[in-house]
Design a protein around this ligand. Structure first.
Ligand code: PLP
Length: 367
């Protein structure tokens, strides 16, 4: 006989997960909102996306293409890839989750770095596996520390390059050194959500490694530079065997029809991307200089956001700055959950927002 007082219980690990807390998006009444909390682009999506969405809107009764064929072809064309090595997801978050589900079982370990993207921890635990944290050095991933955490149980290494929320990156030589020392059965997942923004000769997103090796996967997103966070579109490229495994466990219609059509239109608009990169480059430098001139330490970033550190004195903490900026309509991201209790992450926004946040922070620091 069943015990009538027993309640349904999630499997081990699930209740150890800290639910993800997204960036805030509200300003006080009557104050103009500048949402600089989720690394969204100030440019919005390519204008061509609107037309693509309108054409889908007339046929919402139809199931989407379960293969997301039009989107895969557009991605393959833009990056010179074979469509059969691409898999699309409901955001790259879904793909990270599918990788964990496919490769991690209870008893297995997956490594992420100290200040790495929080979503990895969630998916590792959800798969019943054990997250293993590798220390960073100077707010940057450390290849030796990652290799030092590899054990016989390691199945995946998740590395955001560049990382969020630090904005730092590992150059090609370090990525190759990491890969060369990993056992060949370990999947190296390179999360390149901000790849388009990076302008460094020694940076590789991972596409190059996927061509060369059987255990490297690279993920990208339409949520950042393509300005389609609302549609939830991510993609990955990997060895056919890994793509095939994930294809078996994903939802049959994991991308909706708007996402397929909108994403295909967005990735074809190179000019929109280039314009965004130029603007970001200019403001990454201006904001870094401006914040440093205010006496704030800024982690050197190659992304579309900056990690800004506050002093420990009373009245000058990240929490105080956050509260002050919110009254002015500037919404930044608290990053305590990432191991930075006294820092805020600032997304590069419109010129008006960037100039405004510098002025407001100046007032805060003088107050
Ligand atoms: C924003 C971000 C993503 C993208 O997530 P989506 O699910 O595609 O919106 C992935 N990885 C990192 C590190 C990010 O910051």
């Amino acid at each position: 006989m069943s015990n009538s007082s027993a309640r349904p219980t999630p499997k081990p690990g699930v209740l150890d997960i800290e639910a993800y807390v997204p960036g805030k998006s509200r300003a006080p009444d009557g104050v103009k909102l500048h949402k600089l909390s989720s690394n969204e682009t100030p440019f919005g999506a390519s204008p061509s996306v609107q037309d693509a969405l309108r054409s889908v809107a007339g046929h919402l009764e139809l199931y989407p293409d379960g293969q997301a064929g039009a989107l895969k072809s557009a991605i393959a064309k833009a990056h010179g890839l074979e469509p059969q090595r691409i898999l699309c997801g409901n955001g790259s978050d879904e793909l990270l989750g599918l990788l964990a589900q496919a490769f991690l079982a209870p008893g297995d370990e997956a490594i992420h770095t100290e200040h790495g993207f929080l979503v990895y921890d969630i998916y590792i635990r959800a798969a019943g596996a054990t997250p293993v944290v590798a220390r960073e050095r100077d707010e940057r991933a450390d290849v030796d520390a990652i290799l030092g955490r590899v054990s016989a149980r390691t199945k995946i290494v998740f590395l955001a390059n560049p990382n969020n929320p630090t904005g730092t990156y590992l150059p090609e030589g370090e990525i190759r050194r990491l890969h060369a020392s990993l056992p060949s059965h370990v999947v190296l997942v390179l999360d390149a959500a901000y790849a388009e923004y990076v302008r460094r000769e020694d940076y590789i997103s991972g596409l190059e490694l996927v061509e060369e090796f059987d255990n490297v996967v690279m993920t990208r997103t339409f949520s950042k530079i393509h300005g389609l966070a609302a549609l939830r579109i991510g993609w990955m490229v990997g060895p056919e065997a890994i793509v095939d495994a994930l294809d078996r466990i994903r939802g049959p219609f994991n991308l909706n029809a708007m996402a397929i059509a909108g994403g295909a239109a967005a990735i074809a608009d190179r000019e929109h991307v280039e314009k965004s990169v130029r603007f970001n480059d200019e403001w990454l430098e201006k904001l870094t200089r401006g914040l440093t001139a205010l006496g704030l330490r800024v982690t050197p970033s190659v992304g579309n956001f900056l990690l800004v550190h506050f002093a420990d004195e009373a009245g000058r903490t990240a929490a105080d700055a956050d509260a002050f900026l919110t009254t002015r309509g500037f919404i930044l991201r608290r990053v305590s959950g990432y191991g930075f209790p006294n820092a805020l992450r600032l997304t590069i926004g419109s010129a008006e927002a960037n100039e405004g946040v510098l002025v407001a922070l100046g007032e805060f620091l003088r107050a």
